[in-house]
Design a protein around this ligand. Structure first.
Ligand code: 5GP
Length: 346
């Protein structure tokens, strides 16, 4: 047994220090980024905020709404090939740079991925997603996927430490997804005791990825536009959101009316709800590691996007970053024991 005594930080432990700036208005801030990738020859341009590949977030409807604003969606892996076909038959053809097809690492997942890619070869992004990206089997799966799809942009995760980011990039990933346990409907830290505070995970993993020419996605734990800004400030190239994009018209599922208020169901992809829906129940050798909650219905996602992107632009003006790309360089975090004043919060 060993103990690391360095303090690891989450979003709630810091604030961003304001800096002298020459920017006059938030409208002068450019949130678009352009990325070249470590393995894939493709170039991506857009606002690097993405919807999580959860079936109550990363839906086709969400992809359409987000791509209109230049944002990205990791489409959840449970759509059938027919559903893909009908979606791709009516959306405009520039959707391909705004979506990833998600997959797990079973034989069945691999066959489904092959089927989807061979039917829709214009798809450019593959998101290989497992709860625990530390197994040798996972790295081997990333290698095989790179060999099969040399031109695709491969996202792989989740991990939280630099050495594993390097291993996945060297195995063929272009972008590594970072986050174990911070998610709003995740119970991994409670069920297993395993995790890593998200801000420190981003700082350490970004450093490792950028050293090799790769990128990272900060996945999970953002509860406000300020957290999204902190994730970018810490070095994330992309920020993935689950809970913040749940509860909208585009999030799938029915509206639930209760005591005069409207809600939508939102659940973790390892929750009992998800496992019952997609694989017929929780296998007897594992525990569910996700919650099922009802979140207030938030209407159309456009106003939420405006809130997130408006907040991010404002962060950039506070530190004098005219482009999102400059935010990390201009970020100084201060450690704090307080966040917002909650005196009028119920
Ligand atoms: P959020 O933005 O809601 O805080 O976090 C979203 C992320 O939580 C997802 O992208 C995914 O990485 C993670 N997640 C989703 N469902 C589950 C689950 O059932 N269990 C765990 N451990 N993590 C989950």
């Amino acid at each position: 047994m060993r103990i690391e005594y360095d303090i690891k930080l989450g979003f709630k432990d810091v604030m961003i220090r304001p800096k002298r700036s020459t920017l006059k208005s938030r409208s002068e801030v450019n949130l678009e980024r352009e990325f070249k990738f470590l393995h894939s020859p493709k170039i991506w341009k857009g606002i690097p905020v993405m919807a999580a590949n959860m079936d109550t977030v990363g839906t086709f409807e969400m992809a359409q709404a987000l791509s209109n604003e230049g944002l990205f969606t990791a489409i959840h892996k449970h759509y059938t090939i027919e559903e893909w076909r009908s979606f791709l038959s009516f959306v405009s053809s520039n959707i391909y740079s705004s979506i990833a097809v998600s997959t797990g690492i079973s034989q069945k997942d691999s066959e489904k991925l092959k089927n989807i890619i061979s039917n829709f070869p214009d798809l450019q992004f593959i998101c290989i997603d497992v709860a625990n990206g530390y197994s040798e089997h996972f790295a081997n799966y990333v290698k095989e996927t790179r060999t099969k799809y040399p031109d695709k942009v491969i996202i792989a995760g989740n991990v939280v430490t630099g050495e594993m980011v390097e291993e996945l990039l060297l195995s063929g990933a272009d972008i590594v997804k970072v986050g174990i346990g911070p998610g709003s409907v995740c119970t991994t830290r409670v069920k297993t005791g395993v995790g890593y505070p998200q801000l420190s995970a981003i700082i350490e993993c970004a450093d490792a990825a950028h050293g090799l020419g790769g990128q990272i996605i900060s996945d999970g734990g953002c509860t406000s536009p300020g957290d999204v800004a902190k994730a970018f400030g810490a070095g994330a190239d992309f920020v993935m959101l689950g809970g913040m994009l749940s509860g909208h018209d585009e999030s799938g599922g029915e509206i639930i009316e209760k005591n005069g208020a409207s809600f939508k169901r939102f659940y973790g992809m390892s929750s009992e709800t998800a496992m019952k829906k997609h694989v017929g129940g929780v296998a007897n050798y594992r525990a569910s590691e996700g919650k099922t909650v009802e979140v207030l219905y938030k209407g159309n996602v456009d106003s939420t996007l405006q809130d997130i992107l408006g907040g991010l632009r404002s962060t950039c003006t506070y530190v004098g970053a005219s482009r999102l790309k400059e935010l990390t360089k201009r970020t100084t975090f201060i450690r704090v024991n307080e966040q917002e004043n909650r005196v009028y919060n119920t």
